[in-house]
Ligand binder design. Structure first.
Ligand code: NIG
Ligand code: FE
Length: 422
């Protein structure tokens, strides 16, 4: 694939950078059109970026090489494919009625304790067939692709017992095979305490029933799962249960990537740093010690502007985290509570509500989100040797993707996955 004549390519980081922190997020590497000399990018037949440079230099290098496809990007901007660091996209039923309840004043935990929330979705997801779930999931993933997402983290967690949890993970596995979007999958059997159980029973079930079955299915090659997640929250899983489950996940070969410090300060950040978590999500209620611990451990903070917005939570201290050197990433947190499939919208909210700059938001939705999934070596920037995942927008500067609120349908002309236009 040859893309040529672009007005601008935002590379995000320089060769060899594997996450951006603090000041590094403020100025992103980019290449600008020079007079008539636009920007070209070449993706090889192996799906990897082969060259990025000015048109004249690329033309000289490639001479009369025949490309499978040429995109004339005059006046357009090229960005890396967007990376969504946190989603719950496999479920049946919806919770539009709960949105009305929350608008009328109910809090997330009030709805949850009244048997709604996660447990409502669990009932519907347990009853749905694997094919039904797959169809719903596929449509959501394709909407994410149209909004520029090329790599997404996807969680289970609406089964809360072994059969449904494995059903959800099989649905994710099928999407990995069949759809043109890349997935990092997460086992989240400890997303909530199922109705009729105690936290202790649920913890035992995850450790002694669900994880052993997952280990078998991973060993036989039926499932490839990347991460382990727990909802560490007052009234859900406490710090001790969370620690035990995450450690059992590590023994199963999974990377730690969990929910913490969302509605109450729990010292989840400190726990994650202690366990060398790859990522911790939410963190609205992170403590100063937690910020320091994450800056030291390098655990990535995946912050979720849609959730804070919909639940009217006090936003996480994003500025303090960035200025203290925490690696900050973004996720849409798509789930029945926060129905957002769009990373451009997520970045917009991060700018306005979390006071991040557009450069910081893009770094958080590309290279740093890649780091949260352990894929910063291969994803998250326009760098020779990385996968050819691109978003091409019809605007002379990439910032339009954030500035034009909910404008991605109109702006995004091409989404490219491993060199193929999808
Ligand atoms: O990230 N906080 C826990 N998990 C989800 C919500 C899931 C749900 O409400 O269905 C979140 O916001
Ligand atoms: Fe979540």
């Amino acid at each position: 694939l040859l893309v040529r004549g672009a007005r601008q390519a935002v590379l995000v980081c320089r060769a060899g950078e594997r996450a951006l922190r603090g000041e590094e997020m403020k100025t992103l590497a980019s290449l600008e059109q020079d007079g008539d000399n636009g920007v070209s990018l070449v993706v090889g037949s192996n799906g990897l970026i082969e060259a990025v440079g000015h048109d004249a230099d690329i033309q000289q290098k490639y001479g009369s090489t025949k490309f499978d496809r040429v995109i004339d990007a005059a006046g357009m901007s090229i960005l890396p494919g967007l990376i969504d660091g946190h989603t719950h996209p496999v479920w049946a039923g919806d919770r539009v009625h709960e949105f009305a309840m929350k608008l009328a004043g109910a809090t997330y935990m009030e709805v949850h304790k009244a048997g709604g929330g996660i447990n409502f979705t669990v009932e519907h997801t347990r009853r749905a067939s694997e094919d039904e779930l797959y169809t719903l999931f596929r449509d959501r993933l394709l909407r994410m692709v149209r909004a520029g997402t090329t790599l997404v983290e996807c969680k289970s967690g609406y089964g809360l017992e072994v059969e449904t949890e494995m059903k959800m993970l099989r649905v994710i596995q099928r999407a990995k095979r069949e759809l043109p979007i890349e997935i990092s999958s997460t086992f989240c059997g400890a997303h909530s305490v199922p109705r009729g159980s105690t936290m202790e029973q649920a913890t035992d079930d995850v450790i002694n029933v669900q994880l052993p079955r997952l280990r078998e299915l991973m060993k036989s090659g039926d499932l490839e799962v990347d991460n382990i997640d727990v909802f560490c929250e007052k009234g859900v899983f406490d710090v001790d249960s969370t620690r035990r489950i995450l450690q059992a996940g590590v023994e199963t070969g999974l990377a730690i990537n969990f929910h913490g410090d969302e509605l109450h300060p729990m010292n989840s950040a400190e726990l994650g740093a202690e366990l060398k978590a790859r990522a911790i999500s939410h963190l609205e209620e992170i403590s100063d010690a937690g910020i320091k611990a994450m800056a030291d451990s390098g655990s990535v903070a995946v912050i979720l502007p849609t959730t804070a917005y919909i639940l009217r939570l006090t936003p996480p201290p994003a500025r303090k985290m960035i200025d203290s050197g925490v690696v900050v990433a973004l996720g849409s947190d798509f789930n029945p509570n926060a129905f957002c499939l769009s990373m451009p919208m997520t970045m917009h909210l991060a700018c306005v509500n979390f006071r991040m700059s557009m450069n910081e938001s893009l770094a958080a939705a590309t290279i740093n989100a890649a780091a949260s999934l352990g894929r910063a070596e291969t994803h998250g920037s326009l760098e020779v040797g990385k996968v050819g995942d691109l978003v091409i927008i019809d605007a002379p500067r990439w910032e339009h993707l954030i500035y034009q609120l909910a404008g991605h349908d109109h702006l995004i002309k091409y989404v490219v996955k491993k060199g193929e236009v999808i």
